[in-house]
Design a protein around this ligand. Structure first.
Ligand SMILES: NC(=O)c1ccc[n+]([C@@H]2O[C@H](COP(=O)([O-])OP(=O)(O)OC[C@H]3O[C@@H](n4cnc5c(N)ncnc54)[C@H](O)[C@@H]3O)[C@@H](O)[C@H]2O)c1
Length: 426
């Protein structure tokens, strides 16, 4: 049965959620307090880089099932469901800051029809279902947890083909109503209590961060003992208990979720009386990785960053997104500049300047970034970097030296052209 859904917060998660629900046949109003974002969406422009999103937004709009508004009252006035997709950033003490969530709940409370279900899709700590209930202050509404597991860069695919749909509710009827929204989505639906649903989301993200820190630690060991981390990971990945995903060494993990969610889980655990020491190590290894990669670049540059001309490929936290929030690439660029390097960077989604770090020049293409550089650092795994003309890169650089923090480039092809090529873990 098709439903009327209001989405509060039209960012990476909210826009994907709204567009995908409209694709599933529901009628969706996406609301946001950001007027320019809504104006762009109304003008047919997609404010984020996300493969496949433009098409389903266009289809939803054309079919009359997807609209955008800055008027939250209007958005929820006829809604059977209100999805909260607002930010839950890291607070000063590492906890999740629920200010946006509570404000959004308070804002919509007077306008929601009776019996509406308010759904937490934002990533929130245990107890937040109750927090939203209190902020709404109405006994004729339901609050359900329905955490989101999509990955930026494949958000549409992940929303429509998730590994699982998790619904946390103490009310069976409300849980079934939320489950029914996903009727045509081929995925197991798991209904549990709100605390378990909330924990599943944090536990999953922190586990993935742990896996990446483990991989980077093994890569450091590989460098020390003369093993090849890529082969080690390949060999590990054949073990079905380990699995072959998330087994690539890199410059450290980041993005808008893993850092804040890992810290929030750590905080939540401490508050609950459990000292989650494993997560301390996960975070420390990641911080050390930024430094290891920076030191590797300095070493390849001849021992010092002072005055070194470094080309950087990739600024987003991973490929296929324009998201630079907590990007490892930005973190490393910051360290390069702090060390005195002259950085010229290219990323397919960045034009003009780079507000995060003063003094970085942004190039129009991968070759332009290399002009006069003595070292090229590959920091994000964009596909296009795999297909560059290496002879042109060689001719453009002042020196043929590459630090490939994603183990992305064809090492054989580089060595044949007399490049010094340093990867991670080999
Ligand atoms: N980005 C991801 O990959 C991802 C994946 C899973 C879960 N999450 C979680 O989803 C939540 C949202 O993340 P995001 O990346 O989409 O954030 P975002 O910053 O891209 O979008 C949030 C939007 O909410 C809007 N907003 C804030 N307060 C509002 C209000 N009162 N009314 C209406 N709009 C309001 C903001 O203007 C912004 O456009 C977070 O809790 C995040 O942890 C994110």
């Amino acid at each position: 049965m098709d439903s009327v859904i209001a989405v509060i917060g039209t960012g990476y998660v909210g826009l994907t959620t709204g567009a995908c629900f409209s694709r599933l046949g529901h009628t969706v109003v996406c609301a946001d307090v950001d007027e320019s974002k809504i104006a762009r969406l109304r003008g047919g422009e997609i404010p984020i880089h996300e493969p496949g999103l433009e098409e389903i937004v266009r289809d939803g709009v054309q079919a009359g099932r997807l609209t955008f508004t800055t008027d939250v009252n209007e958005a929820v006035a006829n809604a059977q469901f209100a999805y909260l997709c607002v930010p839950t950033p890291q607070g000063a003490d590492g906890s999740a800051d629920l200010t946006y969530l509570v404000a959004a709940a308070e804002q919509i409370a007077p306008y929601l029809p009776s019996e509406a279900v308010v759904v937490n899709k934002s990533t929130v700590p245990v107890g937040s279902t109750r927090t939203v209930e209190q902020a709404l202050g109405r006994s004729d509404l339901f609050v359900v947890s329905n955490p989101e597991f999509l990955r930026e860069g494949s958000a549409v695919h992940d929303f429509l083909n998730p590994d699982r749909i998790v619904i946390g509710s103490d009310d069976q009827g409300a849980a079934i109503r939320v489950a029914s929204l996903y009727l045509n989505v081929p995925a197991p639906v798991m209904v549990t209590d709100p605390a378990s649903a909330e924990t599943i989301k944090y536990a999953s993200n922190a586990f993935l961060a742990m896996k990446l820190s483990y991989v980077n630690a093994i890569a450091a060991l590989c460098e020390a003992v003369g093993a090849d981390a890529d082969d080690v990971m390949l060999g590990m990945g054949y073990d079905s208990r380990i699995g072959n995903k998330f087994l690539r060494p890199g410059p450290g993990w980041g993005g808008s979720c893993f850092p804040k969610d890992t810290k929030a889980l750590h905080f939540l655990s401490a508050q609950a009386g459990y000292s989650f020491d494993l997560l301390d190590a996960v975070l420390e290894i990641n911080d050390a990785q930024f430094e290891r990669v920076t030191a590797k670049i300095a070493s390849v540059a001849g021992g010092s960053l002072e005055g070194a001309r470094i080309a950087v490929w990739g600024l987003t936290f991973k490929a296929n997104t324009d998201d630079r929030r907590d990007s490892p690439a930005i973190e490393i660029v910051r360290r390069l500049v702090a060390g005195g390097a002259v950085v010229r960077a290219y990323d397919p989604t960045v034009k003009g300047d780079l507000p995060e770090v003063d003094g970085v020049q942004v190039a129009d293409d991968a070759y332009a970034a290399c002009e006069g550089a003595t070292v090229l650092a590959v920091l994000t795994e964009w596909d296009e970097f795999k297909w560059v003309d290496l002879d042109k890169v060689a001719a453009t650089m002042a020196d043929r030296r590459i630090v490939d923090a994603r183990n992305l480039l064809d090492r054989g092809a580089l060595l044949r052209r007399d490049f010094v090529h340093e990867g991670i873990g080999r």
